[in-house]
Design a protein around this ligand. Sequence first.
Ligand SMILES: NC(=O)c1ccc[n+]([C@@H]2O[C@H](COP(=O)([O-])OP(=O)(O)OC[C@H]3O[C@@H](n4cnc5c(N)ncnc54)[C@H](OP(=O)(O)O)[C@@H]3O)[C@@H](O)[C@H]2O)c1
Length: 268
Amino acid sequence: MEIDAKRMTLGFVGTGTITEAVVTGLGKTRFRDTPIVVSPRSESVAARLAEANQNVSIALGNQDVLDRSDLVFVAVRPQIAEEVVRALRFRPSHHVISFVAAMPLDRLLAWIDQPLRLSQAIPLPFVADLQGATAIHPPDEVSNAVFSALGTAVQVESKREFDLLAVVSSMMGAYFGILDATSTWLESQGLPRAAGDAYLRQLFSGLAHAARSKPAASFDELVGEHSTKGGLNEQVLEDFRSFGGMAALQQALGRVLARIGPVEGKPC
Ligand SMILES: NC(=O)c1ccc[n+]([C@@H]2O[C@H](COP(=O)([O-])OP(=O)(O)OC[C@H]3O[C@@H](n4cnc5c(N)ncnc54)[C@H](OP(=O)(O)O)[C@@H]3O)[C@@H](O)[C@H]2O)c1
């Protein structure tokens, strides 16, 4: 029988940046009336969420979150995850989704010490605006229902595939770093910062829109559509490649993969 996530009570252990983004996003979806219980830390975030959403209540502590919910999201930092999870008493009927970065499921299950349904997900801050790209592993209909409501959910079968999506989710800083470097260059050439920033925001927003509005086009095809043969766009791409830009990017991704998901015998 299909499980309806909307009829579950959702509980969050760890009420920080990502919980705030998820709960804020859910308030804009069909989950807006679904009961949500958040843990009391951070106090300010929990208070803000309860104030803004009539369906959100603040638990007395982490165990109270579990006692009052069916679907539990573990959203504390990796450094304290073991201490927090080991201290909790889960029920076998709990459905658990972990946000804890680079934390293998078997380790979490050992700390939970109950034979329950566990999966992991990587919600990104823009789930708050229903623009999420959320990786889920292993495929989980409840997690998929929640994160599809918050944008696009991508379910993958293997840990390796999940790790690879986690790797590219670490490109957010580099993305804005490229915008910042471009804006700095424009300013150094005499364009006021405000004009450059306004232009770049819209340019990259238009490019993101182009990619989303043509899901059947490969990125390589989009390169072609946005580059005249022998033109300026083609030149920038070729220069970027020949000056080492692509190699630097792929090397950086390989280093993240080596950090979060090395696999014996597989080159990173
Ligand atoms: N931010 C992202 O984009 C993102 C994306 C995907 C996954 N994640 C993962 O999601 C998890 C949370 O990340 P985050 O960015 O939301 O971190 P965060 O903003 O630091 O939130 C963690 C929260 O946990 C609270 N906390 C500390 N000790 C606690 C305890 N013993 N019991 C319950 N709560 C406690 C903290 O409260 P105090 O402030 O009171 O200490 C804080 O509000 C991490 O494992 C991260 O790897 C984050």
